[in-house]
Design a protein around this ligand. Structure first.
Ligand code: C2E
Ligand code: MG
Ligand code: MG
Length: 730
């Protein structure tokens, strides 16, 4: 009966205590309740609980609501040991210690007087053990009389110690969990990465503080919203795919995407999604950690733009073109399609640059790029004034149309500054697979075609052919050899006499360059001078010619020959060199040649390019004492008008005029008039290409002054010309 009543009490107490635990009451209050409950069940007892301090190996935090305060203070921090009262010993032995008489029991020797002071005579203590048999504390019952506990009392004490153990363990796990959660929360809140949790439908269940700091959303703003709705439309399919993969495989997935900032701008994120496993192994939620890579993306894009786009025109550049062409060729190969390259070159662009300066040229290029892109979306700027268009899966008809569209696009002038510029273009077309199977070959061949197209000087398009390639190869060979020709001393000068028509005596020589190359043999200046001009090699070559001619002339004079003049040809580039006057003066000084014996020959192109500048330069040359001859008169624009303006001494009428007289009676009239006009301007006339006695007599009739031609001598080496001079007696 008694036992049953006690059981009911115990059950009741137990329920009260479990409820207290469940409702999250503090550890102290639950433990206190335990002590009070047992005191209620076993009358005349005082109960206490002490908790273990593992580090110090002591018992502390005494909970004993009915014990004397001073006593509690005194036993707080009690050592655990073999003779440390009931509790210290129970904790030490990990078993119940029953002390029936504190006064006599040796276990109490250190605390005896203290206990007796407060009237505590007997004490049973039981260790509170965890589920893994670790000591958590002790549970004790004090009596104020010597006493032996009944079996029932001991059972009760054990039951309550177990309750205390439950309470302490529960609190400890909760505390640990809380601490862990708190740690995670702190990490999530303080990290600059974005941490979020979404459910299996992609709806936000949690977002870290960083979403607010960096993406502008308030603490609750994203919760319950669909994550995909914040992803850039272009990235949604990528993100969805990664998410589906994550859901399907339950394996972490990485994905890069743009997330909409609260202000609407796009932030580049790079993230990883990981499944969250529930205790039963199910996955219903996913955690993702993402990082703001906007700056990195911005830098990458900047680098990409720098690498693949032309900064002046903003068009894709040669590097990107190569990439795209390789890709397009792969596709064409696979689909067995054609592919055409239209290589566009702006005619006379260099002269625009030379005349108005690079800045002007650059502005013009921008306009050109703009105009081209109004017709074609993708135009690549390959270099300077060269652009390319690529047409996949095309036909001859389409190429023709495209080329004509481009040509017509340039019909309208470009207005820049105060100018209305009429530009023309040359287009070279190469076709896959006919003109090449790989990118390099196609580009090279389109480029060759454009060079041929350029010969027309008006807008024109030209397909590549293999004959062109042969011609170009020959040219390339020349060019390569030309580079080394000066060091290898492969040049030499030949001299052709100029004859006074009245006396028949040699009054001058023209120095004409010859190139003797071991591989190519004797190369005509007609073939290599244009290349030297294009490559700029004409400058050192021209300088060498002038020096060599002056040296030779000085030598002939010093040898005591009758003084004659020497004519040296100047190319356009040489003429417009800033230091031309300086170079000429220095050479004259170096060779100690009297300037009166030197004639510089310039062509009409020099004059046409920049007449005012040309006049100023010619005046300077003449001021030194040098004479100037206008060479090949009549081959270019032959305007008699500008002859009046030019500060020159001699006009050399091109051989074609004389040769035409053989076949065309009208040409005789023309030549006659020209000679007359030149004479009227007070200039000396020289006719080139005199090959026959007939020519000679005819020119004599026309009162031409000087002649030059094979009739007297072809250009000859210096030693041979020396002989000619020896016989040139007045
Ligand atoms: P050019 O200055 O008009 O030289 C005259 C050219 O006519 C020479 O050709 C000469 O050999 C050729 N010739 C002379 N008499 C006759 C003739 O009776 N009949 C025919 N059919 N031709 C004749 P070459 O030496 O081949 O030079 C060709 C051109 O190369 C020169 O024409 C000149 O423009 C250029 N050139 C030659 N040497 C130099 C040089 O040192 N510097 C520069 N810039 N150009 C040069
Ligand atoms: Mg000449
Ligand atoms: Mg000439």
């Amino acid at each position: 009966m008694f036992k049953n009543t006690q059981d009911t009490y115990v059950l009741k107490a137990q329920n009260i205590i479990l409820e207290m635990i469940a409702t999250g009451q503090s550890l102290e209050s639950v433990l206190e309740k335990i002590t009070l409950e047992i005191q209620g069940i076993i009358p005349k007892t005082l109960s206490s609980i002490m908790l273990l301090n593992k580090e110090r190996n002591t018992l502390e935090n005494v909970i004993g609501p009915s014990l004397e305060k001073e006593y509690i203070q005194a036993i707080n921090g009690q050592k655990i040991g073999p003779t440390a009262g009931s509790c210290g010993t129970a904790a030490f032995r990990k078993e119940t210690v029953v002390v029936e008489d504190i006064e006599t029991d040796p276990l109490w020797k250190d605390y005896r007087s203290l206990a007796l002071t407060y009237g505590y005579r007997a004490c049973y203590s039981i260790p509170i053990l965890s589920s893994t048999e670790q000591v958590l504390g002790t549970f004790a019952i004090y009596y104020q009389e010597k006493r032996k506990p009944s079996r029932l009392e001991l059972q009760l004490i054990e039951a309550f110690a177990h309750l205390a153990s439950l309470t302490i363990e529960h609190k400890k796990t909760k505390e640990m969990l809380y601490r862990k959660e708190e740690q995670y929360r702190l990490v999530a809140e303080n990290i600059s990465d974005f941490i979020g949790i979404v459910n299996q439908y992609g709806f936000f269940e949690y977002t870290s503080q960083s979403h607010q700091t960096y993406l502008g959303y308030g603490p609750q703003e994203l919760l319950g919203k669909r994550a995909f709705d914040f992803v850039h439309p272009d990235d949604v399919s990528n993100v969805e795919q990664a998410f589906m993969e994550l859901v399907r495989t339950n394996l972490p997935q990485k994905v890069a995407y743009r997330f909409r900032h609260q202000t609407g701008k796009w932030i580049h994120l790079e993230g990883k999604g990981t499944p969250i496993k529930e205790q039963n192994g199910d996955v219903r939620r996913y955690v993702y950690v993402a990082r703001d890579v906007s700056e990195q993306k911005y830098n990458e894009e900047k680098i990409y733009r720098l690498a693949y786009y032309d900064s002046l025109t903003d068009l894709p550049n040669e590097v990107l073109f190569q990439d795209h062409l390789t890709e397009a060729l792969e596709a064409a190969k696979y689909k067995k399609n054609t592919l055409a390259l239209l290589y566009i070159d702006i005619n006379r662009f260099n002269s625009i640059n030379d005349t108005w300066g690079r800045d002007y040229g650059n502005e013009l290029l921008k306009l050109i790029a703009k105009r081209l892109t109004t017709f074609y979306k993708k135009v690549y700027r390959i270099s300077g004034d060269e652009f390319v268009i690529m047409i996949s899966d095309t036909s001859v008809k389409e190429i023709e149309n495209s080329a004509n569209t481009l040509i017509e696009a340039f019909d309208k002038p470009f207005s820049l500054g105060h100018h209305q510029l009429h530009l023309s273009i040359s287009i070279g077309v190469s076709l896959y697979p006919d003109h090449g199977k790989v990118a390099g070959e196609l580009v090279k061949n389109a480029n060759i075609a454009v060079r041929f197209s350029k010969q027309r000087k008006t807008s024109h398009y030209q397909y590549f052919s293999y004959e062109m390639s042969h011609t170009i190869d020959k040219r390339m060979e020349l060019e390569n050899n030309l580079h080394q020709s000066i060091e290898r001393e492969e040049f030499t000068l030949y001299y052709q006499p100029q004859i006074d028509i009245q006396t028949g005596k040699v009054i001058g020589s023209e120095a004409l360059i010859r190139w003797n190359n071991t591989e190519l043999g004797l190369v005509s200046p007609v073939d290599f001078i244009p290349i030297a001009e294009e490559t700029g090699l004409i400058i050192p070559i021209g300088k060498w010619v002038l020096l060599e001619a002056c040296k030779q002339q000085k030598k002939w004079l010093d040898e005591g020959n009758i003084p004659i003049s020497i004519s040296v040809n100047l190319s356009v580039q040489q003429f417009f060199q800033d230091d031309l006057i300086l170079t000429v003066t220095e050479i004259l000084k170096e060779t100690d040649l009297d300037p009166q014996y030197l004639i510089l020959e310039i062509t009409e192109t020099v004059v046409l390019k920049e007449i005012d500048q040309a006049i100023r330069k010619l005046e300077k040359l003449r001021a030194i004492g040098i004479k100037v001859a206008l060479d090949d008169f009549g081959t270019g624009y032959s305007s008699l008008n500008y002859l009046k303006k030019l500060p020159i001494d001699i006009v050399k009428i091109d051989k074609s005029f004389l040769h035409d007289t053989n076949i065309d009676p009208k040409a005789q009239e023309i030549l006659k008039t020209i000679i007359l006009l030149i004479k009227q301007l007070g200039l000396k006339t020289l006719v080139e290409g005199v090959e026959t006695e007939e020519h000679y007599n005819y020119l004599k009739e026309l009162h031409c002054q000087v002649v030059q031609g094979f009739l007297f001598s072809a250009p000859v080496p210096s030693w041979k010309f020396s002989q000619l001079l020896k016989n040139n007696l007045i």
